[in-house]
Design a binder for this molecule. Structure first.
Ligand SMILES: Cc1ncc(COP(=O)(O)O)c(C=O)c1O
Length: 380
């Protein structure tokens, strides 16, 4: 089956299951686990990951858009879906029709939802997003009037209240996150004072779930960690500094391709667009059918390596739209259509998303989310 593809992503279901268990152990049995599957499940395949998540007992899925929610529903995954991003007013009827749970922070959205649900006599469940300092989505002082507005409509139900931390990933100083948490807690106190009870309070992303149990409330929203990737070096370090045992995360994704041509070039030959690499010895090259279109960043030109027969083969020349070239001069016995690892493990060697991110001046999140969704994802 796998042989059909020239490049593919292998999803290690055992690793995914392990990561779910790791987070379950952290949060305990009374808190809900929402797995964030936006951005094509961080590049891992939204359909494949949503199905696995359902099989492994995840409670909720979180997406960015209505389109992502519809893909999951169409593929018959029956978990509740929380849309974290914005749904346009004109798309709200579809969201209501499909029973998606919505993040809300605009009066216009509430009024429109009020009209739609009253007409259809259909309930919709809302999660209010609080502004605590990230200054993206969210409401601030106007919380109680906002809730009163929602309560004016009989088919709108406030199911959740949430916030999102701004400065928690790439730092060991969590003062700002603490300020945000304090603001969230003040809102919760205000609600208690007003005798307003909201069943699902949630704030925690991966870092918060790993480091700060006081952020769990009723549910955590875990993205990057569930895919076996640490949010940052600083998170790992913070874990140790705070005396917390690091979770044992296992990367879920391996990105593979095959060699489509092997060729010998003489010393002094230029390789690829722009003639950016000139050989310094007679060289054996492997041509690989992947490029920046697939999500293999052009910044990796002349810098990264791939794995062939468990050995490192340096990328020579520029990453092109659909092709790269690797130096296999020092690797014995390489044949046409041999398997190549672009990201992941082969033998004793590993190319991590963090390593590729460091070469590109970015974060592991961007490396995995930008892998072209059209590449087949295969569960192993
Ligand atoms: C609102 C919200 N919650 C949770 C997450 C998950 O974050 P992480 O991948 O760091 O766990 C994200 C990701 O961007 C998010 O936007």
């Amino acid at each position: 089956m796998r042989k059909k593809f020239l490049q593919w992503i292998e999803i290690n279901s055992n690793a995914f299951k392990n990561n779910i268990e790791q987070f379950r152990n952290l949060i305990g049995s009374t808190k809900k686990l929402l797995v964030v599957v936006k951005a094509n499940a961080y590049g891992h395949g939204i359909i494949e990951i949503s199905r696995l998540a359902e099989n492994y007992g995840v409670d909720w899925l979180g997406v960015n858009s209505l389109e992502e929610a519809l893909i999951i529903k169409k593929n018959k995954v029956n978990l509740p879906i929380l849309i974290l991003g914005y749904v346009q007013l004109s798309d709200l009827p579809e969201a209501v029709e499909n029973d998606f749970h919505l993040t809300v922070y605009n009066e216009e959205t509430i009024k429109k939802l009020g009209e739609i649900t009253s007409k259809r006599k259909k309930k919709v469940f809302l999660h209010i997003k609080l502004e605590t300092g990230t200054h993206r989505q969210g409401i601030k002082e106007e919380l109680i009037p906002f809730i009163k507005l929602i309560e004016a409509y009989p088919y709108l139900s406030v199911e959740g209240i949430s916030t999102h931390f701004a400065n928690i990933e790439d730092t060991t100083d969590h003062t700002y996150a603490q300020i945000q948490l304090d603001r969230f807690n003040s809102c919760i106190k205000l609600l208690e004072k007003e005798k307003i009870s909201i069943p699902i309070k949630h704030t925690a992303c991966t870092v918060a779930t790993i480091l700060f149990p006081e952020t769990y409330f009723d549910m955590v929203r875990v993205g990057i960690g569930i895919y076996g990737l640490w949010p940052s070096k600083e998170t790992y370090l913070s874990c140790l500094l705070r005396g917390r045992k690091p979770v044992n995360l296992q990367p879920v994704l391996t990105w593979k391709t095959k060699i489509v041509q092997i060729k010998d070039v003489p010393e002094g030959a230029f390789i690829g667009y722009g003639c950016t690499y000139k050989t310094t010895r007679p060289t054996k090259l492997a041509v690989l059918p992947i490029g920046y279109y697939d999500g293999y960043d052009r910044k990796l030109s002349n810098f990264s390596y791939v794995l062939i027969k468990g050995k490192r083969a340096p990328v020579r020349g520029r990453v092109a739209m659909n092709m790269i070239t690797a130096d296999i001069t020092d690797i014995e016995g390489v044949k046409l259509e041999d398997e190549v690892v672009l990201l992941g493990k082969q033998g004793n060697e590993i190319i991590s998303a963090e390593y590729l991110a460091s070469l590109c001046g970015t974060i592991n999140y961007e490396i995995v989310t930008r892998i072209n969704p059209l590449i087949p994802r295969i569960i192993i």
